[in-house]
Design a protein around this ligand. Structure first.
Ligand code: KIV
Ligand code: ZN
Length: 397
């Protein structure tokens, strides 16, 4: 049934979390995923209460079409989105892939920066506006839930951006996403851009403003938060900040920054934050992209205390050195150090935290015996050792 509601059920003070791990994250060199792997990650994102899951780019390959279709067919509680260039054939491919979705969205894009229009698209600005409007109209033939992105908005002319966005909103785009495609913007500049766009575009209240920031200068999260302070109500992000080049804005950092600093934000996400660490482990296990130990929220040391002064402070009162609770993002309270004195329970718990499952009791017993042998030779058993110990028979939850 067609509905013209702008936010598709999301409350006004809700920050919509749009996860693109399976699309932009997968564009990270070496991170490509099979259909089954995408479905596993999508289910975890659904469990985490992500609002929109961008499952892939159906026109990119038959494999990606099948992956988006498989995700669309199984996910019930999150909207499933497919990316499409502003071409009728791409949009039709995305529409086909999303046919089985409970709630589907087509995300179409075309570049608007002078360098992209002239050197890549070889189109005039007028042609770009016309193509953008046609793309939204084609997408609207498949669904009311259409998102439009002016690629490289971060380097586009403000007046031209206003012109394109006003036209696509009039054509029926219900989300307009502003990408800083090459991670060029500064936080105060990007926040100002969102403010200007919302003020200058006459029909801006008919669409949700979204942002999509890349991390080339390490500013993707800061730019996204600045945009939220200036009225953006959807953030596009990835688990572990996976993505092209230096990656995308990290989901866990955005969600926890907004949740922890509610004194600063007039919105919050619906994310079940206790599912963050399991999601991080799953994505890292599937892609083989390790998470750096000092990575905020999901790094192994994010809630570890090493120096005596800090340990003393935390033992007296956790908030002396902790602004979030480890348990709230999915860590267990204590960071267990595994060694020769550890028991079967600690061993099994740690493997499960890493998203590793073994098929049978015999497999657990054999792995535990190998662990004990290794612990006799090493002071401490690290996660990499555990992965190596079970690499032949492990499955990832
Ligand atoms: O970075 C980018 O501009 C994109 C668009 C397709 C949204 O990924
Ligand atoms: Zn991107």
């Amino acid at each position: 049934m067609k509905t013209n509601e702008v936010r598709f059920g999301a409350a006004k003070d809700q920050l919509i979390i749009f996860d693109t791990t399976l699309r932009d994250g997968e564009q990270s060199p070496g991170a490509s995923m099979t259909k089954e792997e995408k479905v596993r990650i999508a289910k975890q994102l659904e469990r985490m209460r992500v609002d929109v899951i961008e499952a892939g780019f159906p026109a990119a390959s038959n494999g990606d079409f099948e992956s988006v279709k498989a995700v669309a067919d199984v996910i019930k509680d999150s909207t499933v989105c497919g990316l499409a260039r502003a071409l009728e054939k791409d949009i039709a491919r995305a529409g086909e892939a999303l046919r089985g979705a409970n709630s589907g969205r087509i995300h179409t894009f075309i570049a608007t920066s002078p360098i992209h229009m002239e050197k890549k698209l070889r189109m005039t600005p007028d042609q770009v506006v016309e193509q953008a409007v046609k793309a939204v109209q084609w997408a609207r033939q498949w669904t009311d839930n259409v998102e439009f992105s002016p690629e490289d908005a971060g380097r586009s002319d403000l007046d031209f951006l206003c012109r394109v966005l006003e036209a696509v909103i009039a054509a029926g785009a219900r989300t307009v996403n502003i990408p800083d495609t090459v991670g060029y913007n500064m936080p105060w500049q990007f926040g100002g851009l969102i403010k200007n766009l919302r003020e200058k575009i006459p029909n801006s209240d008919q669409a949700v403003f979204s942002v999509h920031c890349h991390n080339d200068l390490g500013l993707a999260v800061a730019n996204s938060l600045s945009a939220v302070l200036n009225g953006a109500r959807q953030v596009e992000c990835t688990v572990n900040g996976l993505g092209e080049r230096a990656g995308n804005a990290s989901l866990e950092e955005i969600v926890m920054a907004v949740r922890t600093r509610q004194d600063m934000f007039s919105c919050d996400s619906r994310i079940d934050t206790t599912q963050i660490v399991p999601a991080s482990r799953l994505v890292s296990g599937i892609t083989g992209f390790a998470v750096q130990p000092n990575k905020a929220i999901v790094g192994a040391n994010a809630f570890a205390h090493e120096s005596g002064i800090h340990q003393d402070g935390v033992l007296k009162h956790r908030e002396t050195y902790e602004i979030m609770r480890a348990e709230d993002v999915g860590w267990s309270t204590n960071k267990m150090v595994l060694g020769k004195h550890s028991g079967r329970n600690a061993f099994k718990t740690r493997l499960k935290e890493l998203g590793i499952e073994l098929d049978s009791e015999e497999a657990w017993n054999a792995a535990f015996a190998r662990f004990k042998d290794l612990a006799d030779k090493k002071h401490e058993i690290f996660d990499e050792d555990l992965h190596a110990l079970v690499s032949d028979e492990a499955t990832f939850a």
